[in-house]
Design a protein around this ligand. Structure first.
Ligand code: BYC
Length: 313
């Protein structure tokens, strides 16, 4: 088949809302775009384990420790589903991890901020996972089959994560005055970095046009950010916490809140590698990878032996 016919088949599938599967023909730029987004997403999941993992040994009760442990393990699982989806596009996991470890690949800006108190664990679950779900719900209907299927499972787990965070915040906000103060302080520090998770404003987002055209993203960065703010204001009010934005105001005409733009210069600086914890995160990640070398070697040797036994039978 010539390229024009293949392209028509590809476009036809997108128009009918059908999935593109790994063995289907796809334009090179579509493949590259997906690989970039899915591998960045996978990296975010495994780097995202670090700020929360930091609190497992300091959780204030056995119950909260168990819940946090389960959540952090889930993030590791999300990384695995996503690396597998990205591998189906023809790049190996080793190559992707190498790009992460050598700072060639990005991961979400949000994980370069520190988790200073237990209230930060609540804020991360409530705000960061809340923003992640807001973005990921639409990705369940993304046009690439393996990514879409991974996202369906991830979203189920993420909604549990968001509830875990909100539960921690509820305890803190309705606890002692000191606990409430900690909750407010966490909210003050996490609010604007959370808004940055959705990416730059649409007019400055170089990837959005193709992402929407190819149905990789179904909604734009600004649309999702607005929806997140609208949803979160009421939750903050219930907790009696103040969103640290003097310009936050209901706008009847747009049926949504007006709010201040995050500091985009700070965002650019963080994704360039200069955020408060970029260095620490990469060092921890590189160290974990190196320490896990013997596990990977043992698993590969075991897998090889199993395969030899199957072939010999
Ligand atoms: N951080 O053209 P744009 C989670 C980059 S949650 C760092 O708008 P796009 C988790 C962007 O990559 C977080 N970089 O890009 C939660 C691009 O650079 P390149 C992960 C960012 O792709 C709890 C440039 O800026 N979620 O995993 O159309 C616990 C221009 O941006 C960020 C996902 O990854 C950022 N915040 O839109 C544990 C969801 N924003 O690549 C884990 C999937 C933008 O051209 N990803 N950049 O060099 C997406 O939906 C989209 O990729 C984004 C960005 C909305 C993030």
């Amino acid at each position: 088949m010539d390229n024009k016919t293949l392209e028509d088949i590809f476009e036809g599938k997108l128009a009918k809302n059908e999935m593109i599967e790994p063995k289907d023909w796809m334009p090179d730029n579509y493949r590259k775009h997906l690989l970039r987004q899915i591998s960045q997403h996978a990296h975010s999941e495994i780097i995202g384990m670090l700020p929360e993992g930091n609190w497992i040994s300091r959780a204030p009760s056995l119950r909260s420790k168990l819940v946090l442990l389960a959540k952090v393990q889930d993030e590791g699982g999300h990384g695995l589903y996503l690396y597998t989806a990205a591998e189906s596009l023809g790049t190996s996991r080793d190559e992707m991890l190498d790009a992460l470890h050598t700072q060639k690949a990005k991961y979400s800006s949000i994980f370069n901020y520190p988790t200073l108190t237990w209230a930060d664990i609540g804020a991360v679950g409530w705000l960061v996972d809340g923003a992640a779900i807001m973005n990921q719900v639409m990705l369940q209907r993304t046009s690439y089959g393996p990514y879409s299927r991974a996202m369906i499972r991830i979203c189920k787990e993420e909604s549990f994560h968001q509830r875990q965070g909100y539960e921690v915040m509820t305890h803190m906000a309705f606890g002692t005055p000191e606990q409430k103060e900690m909750a407010q302080d966490a909210m003050n520090r996490w609010w604007f970095p959370t808004l940055m998770m959705f990416g730059p404003p649409d007019i400055e987002s170089p990837n959005s046009e193709n992402a929407i055209k190819w149905r990789i993203k179904r909604e734009t960065n600004d649309q999702l950010r607005q929806r997140f703010v609208n949803q979160t204001v009421e939750q903050a009010e219930y907790l009696g916490l103040t969103i640290p934005d003097p310009n936050l105001k209901w706008n009847e005409a747009k049926k949504g809140y007006d709010f201040s733009e995050p500091n985009w210069a700070e965002f650019k600086n963080v994704i360039k590698g200069n955020g408060p914890c970029n260095k620490e995160r990469l060092e921890a990640r590189n160290k974990a990878h190196k320490n896990g070398e013997w596990v990977r070697a043992a698993a590969a040797a075991y897998g090889k032996k199993q395969m030899e036994e199957i072939l010999a039978a």
